[in-house]
Design a protein around this ligand. Sequence first.
Ligand code: UD1
Length: 434
Amino acid sequence: MDKFVIRGGNPLVGTIRVGGAKNAALPAMAASILTEEPVILENIPDVRDIQTERSLLVSMGAEVELGYGRASHRTTLCCRNLVNPEAAYELVKTMRASTLVLGPLVARMGRARVSLPGGCAIGARPIDLHIKGLEKLGAQITQEHGYIEASADRLRGGHITFDKITVTGTEDLMMAATLAEGETLMENCAREPEVADLAALLNKMGARIEGAGTSTIRIHGVEKLHGARHRIIPDRIEAGTFVIAGALTGGDLIGANCDPLHLGALLEKLQECGVRIRTNGESVRVIADSQLRAADVSTEEYPGFPTDMQAQYMTLATQAEGTSVVTENIFENRFMHAQELVRMGANIKVEGSRAVVRGKTPLSSAAVQCSDLRASASLVIAALVADGETILDRVYHIDRGYERIEEKLRSVGAQIRRIGEMLPRRAAAPLATA
Ligand code: UD1
């Protein structure tokens, strides 16, 4: 297991290039199931969740071709011969987004067998809304031995109103409805940019989707979809993580190749904290030349403040003057980073879904552990302002969603390096005797 060794104290100055959005790439890859023809995706980040999804598609019989050199972020997927419409527990347990194959499999193959995700570090995260929606589209669903089995001769359009806003649920059912007979109307949909990006790909493949990116989506089912080429949108969470790191370290940092329009709620909040922000079409510059001020934050569905930025924001709040109340409204157990930040010297009290952060307290190095993807990011950036050398364990969590974060941070002045696990020393071989 790799670790990061991070020495704090350097302001981040320079430009970091933001990669493609993991959370847009995952559904886009699942969308390739809907056609026999090749789907070419560009700007795919080289992160572990994407590798997991590739393995999942390959296990079903998909052909996956990876680009090399300058095309290294391109992947061509061809699901001509899908033989095994199943997502096994081993894959789903490491990545919940594996359930995104459920809708496309039933729509194209007429059947799917997908493991239930079970609990995960940040809460129960059920998929009941995916299941309810598929039933509305005419699928028969049974549950046995921890697996969902879904079948349908051909899905038919229906009217789905989500009880709760769900990002992958919206994506899963939107994909399923593209091949259904007739029209599907979905209400109370997630409005995340990743949903709109998926719809853009599906429409290039011949689907007829209107309204993606708003809370009402209308899908006119078609008989067949064809291949397409699509460039994945930039990762707003990776961009936001670097922006916070720049602000926290008193730096002057440019996040390049991103879409500032997707970062609205975060950038507004940072301005409230006293950070200067400059944006143009595809970059954000953060200039942190004054003391940070406390500001409360509440996570909400897009376009609200993203839950995936809550942990990183909490780290920032530890260095702001005053008290910040951080409220988590999307997931019920998403404060694991708080305890680790306290071990580094932060003053944080968690009360249910609220964390009260009193700043500013100096952070000092400690041995800390990553618990989930975004919590890990919050610890990396905390270490960038901590006194001394922090050892961060279990960085595989961060590798799930950030492409070589240590190299990107090093390029703007951070002192961070990755170390592999030391192999236990072999017992010395006995001396040969004459
Ligand atoms: C997606 C993102 C994740 C982000 C989250 C919220 C991907 C691959 N992942 O996750 O990074 O943190 O959105 O922005 O895009 N829920 C149910 N029943 C369901 C589905 C969801 O009760 O069937 C609940 C969840 O437990 C949670 C809330 O709805 O409390 C939102 O979850 P959801 O939007 O589905 O999150 P994901 O799509 O899994």
